[in-house]
Design a protein around this ligand. Structure first.
Ligand code: ADP
Ligand code: MG
Length: 309
């Protein structure tokens, strides 16, 4: 696995407030990496440090294996940390020309980046006539000037309506398919679950867990060695089914409700095996469903369900 960004023991204090406390994780190349945490958990601080807008109190970070950030390295990263100021009375194209001049990039890329965010057809419309999603897509277009391989976004769907949110999520997946590594901060679980391949969950400046979204969902990260999945089953005779389940090693948390039973099963107990074990005991299952834990459930388990500060 090639690592784009390695965060090593980063801490940051604002006077008495410890915004980051010894955080370490790696962002793999080609991932959509979500930094997930409630408001005030330190996400913006983290992005500010790796983008050299803020100094860390201690620890370090490496972009593509290099400490600090060289000019060449910096040119390979497109960022959207706060909403850029576009001129309302100018067209998208004109606004990007101004952005390109500020960033010292050529104008010739403008059609390409507008195409990437699907705004080429509307390039001559005034910014003021754009929907919220289009405005944010234009902001993302400006981060694409210079064709960086890495994109860093802070809460990219904040303030958007549902249509705008959907547009931005699609765009991020699209950009990732085009080979870009995307690092984004978000406080929205659903967003991370839908868009990201990897996640680091932080709470009050402390890293709680990190891994692929699937690993974190199933609880099989280094912090949690045993994979436990949730399985829902039913049979005509629920009591008999329950009795059989209680005899099987590796099953815990047996909960009976309204005609079905939900269990937590260790990795060795997959649905096929469970079906066989029940059948051997004379029980024909009328229902058998593997339920992935939602990131929300895992998130609440990991963080204890409290919001920060
Ligand atoms: P997030 O982006 O996850 O909402 P932030 O990184 O903005 O979190 O903030 C983390 C913590 O640091 C919060 O408690 C916040 O109040 C505090 N903080 C952020 N910026 C400053 C600052 N410039 N001065 C003092 N405290 C700050
Ligand atoms: Mg923030």
């Amino acid at each position: 696995m090639s690592v784009v960004l390695s965060i090593q023991n980063l801490s940051k204090n604002y006077g008495q407030v410890q915004a980051l406390n010894n955080v370490s994780f790696d962002v793999p190349k080609g991932s959509v990496f979500g930094i997930l945490g409630p408001n005030g958990s330190g996400k913006t601080t983290m992005l500010g440090i790796v983008m050299d807008v803020l100094n860390a109190s201690s620890g370090k970070f490496l972009w593509n294996g290099e400490e600090g950030s060289t000019h060449t390295m910096r040119k390979n990263i497109g960022t959207l940390l706060e909403t850029p100021n576009f001129y309302h009375y100018l067209s998208a194209k004109k606004n990007l020309e101004i952005a390109a001049a500020i960033k010292e990039k050529g104008k010739e890329e403008i059609p390409t980046v507008l195409e990437k965010v699907n705004l080429l057809e509307r390039q001559h419309s005034k910014f003021s006539t754009y929907s919220l999603g289009m405005k944010q897509r234009l902001a993302i277009a400006s981060t694409l000037l210079g064709n960086p391989d890495i994109l860093v976004f802070d809460e990219p769907t904040n303030g958007l309506d549902p249509a705008g949110i959907a547009e931005i999520r699609e765009l991020m997946k699209d950009l990732n398919r085009q080979g870009k590594t995307i690092i984004m901060a978000s406080h929205i679980l659903d967003e991370v679950e839908k868009v990201c391949t990897h996640v680091a969950i932080i709470q009050k400046g402390v890293l709680k867990t990190t891994g692929t979204v699937n690993e974190v969902l199933s609880g099989s990260t280094q912090q949690n060695q045993i994979t436990v999945s949730s399985i829902e089953l039913a049979a005509e005779n629920i009591a008999a089914l329950e009795a059989v389940l209680r005899e099987i090693a590796g099953i815990s948390n047996i909960v009976i409700e309204s005609g079905s039973i939900t269990i937590d099963a260790e990795e060795s107990i997959n649905p096929a095996k469970l079906n066989q074990l029940c059948f051997d005991k004379g029980i024909v299952l009328s229902q058998l469903q593997l339920k992935k834990k939602s990131l929300e459930k895992r998130f609440l388990e990991i963080t204890g369900g409290k919001s920060d500060r």
